[in-house]
Ligand binder design. Structure first.
Ligand code: ADP
Length: 380
């Protein structure tokens, strides 16, 4: 007896006394809790009250027919597994029973072992069905939470812009009002920029999830990607007093989508500057190592508190660091990086010491050593 099934309850409905007894003995012997009924009406009453995991039902009975009993059990609780037994077995009756909602069909006469086998299979299917239903419920709840959260994230800057515009409308024509107008217009631009970034990142994530990004797989040299990304950040780094350095073993061959690879490196370098401090450094290292290529983006910035590390790649997660100035961001950059790395058959890891700095490490298959990872159309 499968221990997980011990004590499971079964209702047997059959007008034949000898058959009821035989079923009860065969099933009780291996640990099931069995109750038997001679007609559909009493059987259904018991099913409604006891909600058994499985019902064994005879098709041909006086009064309520087996098919009626099956449909009514389904109406009571569709998760109850129904096994049909009948002495008038034809393909037609089997099909009718399945259509009405039965799980399996056992022609009479049958041996105790045959009955036990079919019942165990029924319980196993029920277990799998319930587990998958639970997963489905959890996925749906997660999806709703996500939609609620995104709506909130989109609404916040929009409400702020609305309020700024309302104030602007009421400003007069004095020189002070003109100065105020400039200030509030600047705030509007900042918030709409925030909104645009959020929508862009969210779209990128949705496209990665839907397999719409990352399909194109070409051979790339990551050294080129890193060099060009660092060039685009020269001005921002200079403004923040951060020095950018690259230590690259050339070439670093990978198979990937050029846009996605660019986004991956771009996000990591942007973060390394954003979460750095004046006078700090960002060093990007790239090398080939045993069938892999490794790219590390190391910074001397604020670092990440240990308790925040496990959540760093979660969607919309942003570390709250009281006392530090607010840094704009969407909380979607690292989840995007993780999806892209996974899409390319690789991983992304982080090491960080709060107050000292962080190193984000991306490990990808070496395009010269490994068989190219096929485009799956979905990320993990
Ligand atoms: P964003 O930067 O838009 O908030 P990310 O997903 O890129 O979103 O990063 C999530 C969070 O991880 C950031 O808000 C920040 O708190 C933290 N983080 C990311 N990169 C670094 C880094 N290099 N140094 C310190 N903290 C970082």
């Amino acid at each position: 007896m499968d221990e997980a099934q011990r004590g499971e309850t079964i209702v047997v409905i059959d007008d034949d006394h000898a058959m009821r007894l035989a079923c009860e003995q065969a099933l009780a012997k291996v640990g099931f809790t069995v109750s038997t009924y001679a007609d559909g009406a009493h059987g259904l009453e018991a099913v409604g009250a006891a909600r058994p995991g499985l019902v064994v039902v005879d098709l041909k009975m006086p009064g309520l027919s087996g098919l009626d009993v099956i449909s009514r059990i389904n109406a009571i609780d569709p998760t109850i597994t129904i096994v049909v037994i009948t002495g008038y077995a034809t393909i037609g009756t089997a099909v009718d029973a399945m259509k009405a909602g039965a799980y399996d069909f056992l022609p009479k006469p049958f041996s105790p072992d045959e009955l036990r086998l079919i019942v165990r299979r029924g319980f196993e299917r029920r277990r799998l069905q319930m587990a998958s239903q639970q997963c489905e419920i959890e996925r749906e709840l997660e999806r709703r939470r996500f939609v609620t959260f995104v709506s909130h994230q989109l609404k916040t800057p929009l409400v702020a812009v609305h309020q700024y515009l309302d104030v602007l409308r009421q400003l007069g024509e004095t020189p002070e009002a003109a100065a105020k107008r400039q200030e509030w217009l600047g705030r509007c631009l900042t918030r709409t920029d925030e909104l645009r970034h959020l929508i862009d990142d969210w779209l990128t994530l949705a496209q990665l999830d839907g397999g719409l990004l990352g399909r194109q797989r070409t051979r790339l040299d990551l050294s080129d990607t890193v060099t060009s990304v660092l060039q685009t950040y020269e001005a921002m780094a200079a403004r923040d007093g951060v020095t950018l350095t690259a230590e690259l073993a050339e070439p670093i061959p990978v198979h990937g989508d050029p846009t996605c690879v660019g986004v991956l490196i771009d996000n990591l370098v942007a973060n390394a500057i954003k979460y750095n401090r004046r006078g700090g450094t960002v060093t990007v290292r790239g090398r080939r190592a045993g069938g892999e290529v490794v790219v590390e983006v190391e910074d001397t910035g604020v670092g990440v508190p240990p308790d925040a590390l496990p959540r760093l790649f979660d969607e919309f997660y942003r570390v709250r660091q009281p006392g530090t100035p607010k840094i704009e961001g969407t909380g979607l950059g690292l989840p995007i990086c993780r999806r892209i790395a996974a899409e390319m058959g690789g991983v992304i890891e982080v090491e960080s010491i709060e107050g000292t700095g962080s190193t984000f490490r991306v490990r990808l298959p070496d395009a010269e050593a490994a068989v190219p990872v096929p485009a799956t159309g979905r990320s993990s």
